[in-house]
Design a protein around this ligand. Structure first.
Ligand code: DQA
Length: 144
């Protein structure tokens, strides 16, 4: 049972900088993740918030709610949120960090992730497919 979390500004997918993030919407991404979940034989719950504290609470509660893996695109929180880093580090559910764009090919402030070190790994630059690869890994690793 996988939890897919999208952070600040990802509700604007499709409208927001389409040259960087593409023209598909968050709703389309979430439907795609649900389809991939059924292909992989696992249940997927998708959530998005522009609020750091909300993301922290979802992560803190994930194990208690029965989630076995988390895919997270923390948006810009990636680059500075020690609170998000500590929330991930302070719980037991494996987390994979995903970025739609290739953060290493963009502005210098995007090159550093404060959260990646406490995740199983990081996928960047592969668009929606990054979520799929993260889900594949988590199902393989923890059995969905
Ligand atoms: C992003 C990359 C971040 O640097 C940016 O702040 C985002 C989206 C991505 O998916 O490429 O909001 O996480």
């Amino acid at each position: 049972m996988l939890l897919i979390l999208n952070g600040p500004n990802l509700n604007r997918l499709g409208k927001r900088e389409p040259g960087v993030y593409g023209t598909l919407t968050l709703e389309e991404l979430e439907r795609q993740c649900e389809l991939w979940g059924s292909e992989l034989g696992t249940t997927v719950t998708c959530r998005q918030s522009n609020f750091e504290g909300q993301l922290l609470e979802w992560i803190q509660d994930a194990e208690e709610h029965g989630f076995t893996g988390i895919v997270i695109n923390p948006g810009a929180l990636t680059h500075y949120s020690y609170a998000l880093r500590d929330a991930i580090a302070g719980q037991n559910v494996p987390v994979v960090e995903v970025h739609l764009s290739n953060v290493d090919a963009r502005e210098a402030f995007r090159h550093h992730s404060v959260t990646a070190a406490v995740c199983k790994g990081k996928i960047s630059g592969l668009g929606f497919a990054g979520y799929r690869f993260a889900m594949d890994y988590l199902v393989e690793e923890v059995g969905g």
